[in-house]
Design a binder for this molecule. Structure first.
Ligand SMILES: Cc1cc2nc3c(=O)[nH]c(=O)nc-3n(C[C@H](O)[C@H](O)[C@H](O)COP(=O)(O)OP(=O)(O)OC[C@H]3O[C@@H](n4cnc5c(N)ncnc54)[C@H](O)[C@@H]3O)c2cc1C
Length: 474
């Protein structure tokens, strides 16, 4: 790269958010570039590791905008930025069409309706890392190829360090490239660095005290650079204490075959989760994302064990696309088993009498419909709870896995970054995992990382092209 190349639109980060922005911008006549910190041709990012399912709050992306908006509002209990939710609902369908016309191959990866738009080829239904040659990996290559054909640039090994500002207006980026600093001039900059799931410092600041005891269920490359740059430029930051993630075998902390799959969420939400004394301590009925967030906030996030019986293990244990039954054992994970709860407690290292009392109290509450009298209360958002009564019984030590942060930089519905007073920071955008406002809230509502990255990638490019802030203007 020359010392001071000029671009109309520069993306910080080469995941789906950054590449969609750059390709769409180039298509609309902008001189675009992507600065990507990774040095490898297959540079790691969450986009490359994704399961590849495009959905909107677990609904088919081709439903009507009204249906999708209702789904987002249900999932988030209405605690979503309505402008952003409307944007996703309006653009989800045309975004997958745009991707399909730019090399994405979609397949119905399972009988589940909202798996209709899964990038092909999908992951194999086995435990562990399996991203090479899968749909997301292929689509990233396709988008790179198209960027090149449209004369856009992707600079590998180029880590954005700070925004260049002049009188409050963004005029480019300073980046580290091959151990030297370079200034890149840009009429518009989009932060697309994936958020901060990989930053222990920001995790400690916003989420919980022990990031070292939470599984980093992602590529490790989104470390909050963009969040800090945006904050320095005066951006509002929203909802930073919430993240999207899943429950995994505790063995995943030391065994890479046990993550990012199988997830233990369905079993945990159908059963009970106890801490080291054998007591319940959270509401399992709120679902896997909620339990994962609860665990991640603890001083001792590795304290939890799921207790279930055979019917639960044979049903909920087999429901996921990559189910823990049998992938937990196949991946080398711990599944304690015994014919009585006291005996199970002994093998799982839990106090037998207390665990037996906890299970008995829970079973009574289920039998006599007294779930609200339990401490903590057991809600039914994730389904009707079942008694734990049919041997053999099982105990699964679990951990919390953070996939991506839900909060981040505040944007408006076209992607411009907002200040706390709602005004836009001129020529600064954000897209994808780096942004906040759409997801999270009290209900920890999830909308979908892929659709969020791609919808706002396209929107940013289209808005910037509409403004025609060309490099010559600055
Ligand atoms: C295991 C897993 C499975 C998933 N499955 C799904 C799924 O099935 N469906 C779904 O909707 N979502 C899924 N997600 C979430 C989804 O993948 C992400 O939300 C989405 O890909 C985020 O895209 P992004 O472009 O914003 O960020 P990323 O893909 O994280 O890309 C950010 C890029 O920015 C680069 N970068 C970081 N800092 C800098 C810097 N300072 N300068 C330059 N470059 C920088 C990084 O190297 C990285 O390449 C999954 C995620 C994971 C980890």
């Amino acid at each position: 790269m020359n010392e001071r190349p000029h671009f109309d639109l520069v993306a910080i980060g080469g995941g789906f958010a950054g590449l969609c922005t750059a390709v769409r911008g180039a298509e609309l006549g902008l001189r675009t570039a992507v600065l990507e910190a990774g040095t490898d041709e297959s540079y790691l990012c969450s986009s490359r590791w994704a399961g590849g399912i495009f959905h909107v709050s677990y609904h088919d992306v081709k439903l009507s905008p009204e249906e999708l908006l209702a789904a987002i509002n249900r999932q988030t209990s209405g605690e979503t930025d309505q402008e952003l939710a409307v944007a996703i609902a309006a653009d989800a369908g045309r975004t997958v069409d745009w991707l399909a016309s730019h090399g994405a191959a979609f397949t119905q990866a399972s009988p589940i309706g909202w798996h209709r738009f899964t990038l092909a080829p999908p992951r194999l239904p086995v435990a562990g890392q399996d991203w090479q040659g899968r749909g997301p990996d292929r689509l990233l290559s396709e988008l790179r190829q198209q960027l090149q054909e449209l004369q856009g640039r992707l600079f590998l090994g180029t880590r954005a360090a700070s925004l260049r500002l002049q009188q409050g207006q963004v005029i480019g980026v300073t980046a580290q490239q091959n151990s030297k600093m370079v200034d890149v001039s840009a009429a518009n900059v989009v932060i697309a660095d994936g958020g901060f799931p990989g930053s222990a410092e920001l995790f400690r600041k916003y989420i919980g005290p022990r990031p070292d005891r939470v599984l980093m269920r992602h590529a490790g490359t989104a470390i909050g650079d963009g969040l800090k740059m945006a904050a320095d430029a005066g951006a509002a930051l929203v909802g930073l204490d919430r993240f999207y993630g899943h429950l995994l075998s505790r063995d995943a902390m030391a065994n890479a075959v046990l993550w990012p799959y199988p997830q233990i969420d369905a079993v945990a939400t159908a059963s009970i989760v106890v801490e080291r004394r054998g007591d319940r301590f959270l509401d399992e009925g709120l679902g896997g994302i909620s339990i994962t967030n609860d665990l991640a906030r603890l001083d001792d996030p590795l304290c939890a064990t799921v207790i279930c019986d055979t019917p639960i293990w044979e049903t909920a244990g087999k429901t996921a696309q990559i189910p823990p039954n049998p992938q937990l054992l196949a991946g080398g994970g711990t599944l304690h088993q015994a014919d009585a709860i006291e005996a199970l407690a002994v093998v799982a290292g839990l106090p037998p009498e207390n665990l037996a009392a906890t299970v008995a109290e829970y079973n009574d509450a289920v039998r006599f419909n007294r779930l609200t009298t339990l401490l903590p209360e057991r809600s039914t958002r994730s389904g009707a709870p079942k008694r734990i009564e049919t041997p053999p019984f099982f105990a699964i030590p679990i951990c919390a896995g953070i996939t991506n942060t839900m909060g981040g930089i505040a944007i408006d519905e076209h992607g411009p970054v907002k200040r706390p007073d709602g005004s836009a920071i001129a020529r600064l955008y954000a897209a994808g995992g780096s942004t906040g406002g759409l997801e999270g809230g009290g209900a920890l509502g999830y909308v979908g990382g892929l659709i969020k990255a791609c919808v706002f990638g396209l929107r940013v490019a289209e808005h910037a092209a509409g403004q025609r802030h060309r490099a010559a203007d600055i």
